[in-house]
Design a protein around this ligand. Structure first.
Ligand code: FAD
Length: 329
């Protein structure tokens, strides 16, 4: 049975290493329990049988092989691997095994609900919890750092890409000028996204068009890095068409929140907290109440006279005709 699942896993992703396969099988497997709840078979023992083919094939988890397993205790029949997830009799998740990567210790945690706010790892976490399908499709954005002597700007500027008209930003940065960004679906490894040649060329063409006399070439680039956005998977053909909204899903004891933007984190968090409270038993929900942060001033809130202070600053040297700053009532 397990070899059949491994064949399916390798069909889905032929690049999996033996450790990846073991890790994905174990991350999605559950140890058997006897009727009285005592450990039955451990997953290291022949005949454990509680592997989850679907979750294993679609799992994206890496680097967890053997983590948290006491093999000697398992073989002695004292304690068997109970899986990363605890479930109640109805199959709802009601706890997790969490691993402290600093101390190397694992802990079992029981809970009424599990909240998954895993960003681009949203589905990786969902798969670990035995949930199928995908909610997000990450989009990769890259940035370049150029020498500030090459593109001398004193304020951030936005310009249209000559390739497709998307806005590209140039922003003064402590290490030079930040040039970004791109927007491409990223279906590869989530932990180490890298800029591609094509993406670097796209950004350089934008800078070359805006600064034609400046010779902005690849050899001048001081640095390049990539990041991933958690974009809702609405089966768009192009990430620029995909929704930048957030969404919340409640699945078998797991509340998953994903999508959105940095700029919307507070209202997204509020919606997630209110959803969690609505899932709790009435007496607990009454005690907890709804999310209270709306209207609470944020640390670092901009001073009310910010517009006046900005206006008093010396005008940018390279953009002499800045429009006056609009006051927000
Ligand atoms: C190039 C680029 C440009 C962007 N520009 C903008 C912009 O201009 N404006 C804007 O508003 N937004 C922008 N964003 C989007 C913004 O950065 C993201 O929407 C936001 O960071 C997502 O926040 P999040 O909390 O959902 O995910 P994250 O910040 O990624 O948080 C997820 C967390 O889950 C943790 N995690 C994952 N798996 C596990 C696990 N198994 N166990 C424990 N922890 C786990 C991770 O370590 C991480 O800390 C941009 C993103 C990119 C990449």
């Amino acid at each position: 049975m397990v070899s059949g699942i491994v064949a399916l896993m390798l069909q889905q992703n032929p690049n999996l290493t033996p450790d990846d396969v073991k890790c994905r099988l174990m991350a999605t497997a559950r140890g058997a329990r006897n009727e009285d709840g005592s450990p039955g078979y451990g997953i290291l023992q022949q005949g454990a049988g509680l592997v989850d083919a679907y979750a294993a094939v679609y799992a994206t988890v890496v680097g967890c092989a053997n983590r948290g397993l006491d093999i000697a205790r398992d073989l002695a029949g004292e304690e068997h691997y109970a899986g990363l997830v605890r479930r109640d009799a109805d199959g709802k998740v009601n706890g997790l095994v969490v691993h402290d990567r600093e101390s190397g210790t694992s802990h079992r945690v029981t809970s009424r609900l599990v909240v998954n706010a895993g960003g681009v790892w949203t589905d990786e976490v969902r798969h670990r919890l035995g949930l199928g399908g995908c909610k997000v499709r990450p989009s990769r954005g890259i940035h370049l750092i150029l020498p500030s002597t090459l593109v001398p700007i004193a304020v951030a500027v936005s310009l249209p890409s000559p390739d497709d008209g998307r806005p590209v930003f140039l922003i003064p940065h402590p290490e030079g000028v930040l040039l970004g960004t791109t927007d491409h679906f990223h279906d590869a490894d989530l932990d180490d996204p890298r800029p591609t040649d094509e993406e670097v060329g796209y950004l350089l063409r934008a800078a070359q068009t805006a600064f034609p006399g400046r010779n902005v070439t690849r050899d001048k680039v001081l640095g390049a890095f990539a990041g991933l956005r958690p974009i809702l998977d609405i089966h768009a053909d192009d990430p620029t068409e995909a929704s930048r909204e957030e969404d919340i899903w409640v699945e078998r004891g797991v509340v998953t929140v994903s999508g959105g933007k940095l700029t919307t984190w507070r209202s997204t968090a509020e919606q997630a907290v209110d959803e969690v409270v609505s899932q709790l038993p009435d007496e607990v929900a009454r005690r907890v109440g709804r999310c209270m942060t709306k209207g609470t001033p944020l640390a670092g809130l901009a001073p009310r006279d910010l517009a006046a202070r900005l206006e008093a600053l010396p005008r940018a040297r390279f953009l002499p005709a800045l429009p006056p700053i609009k006051r927000v009532p």
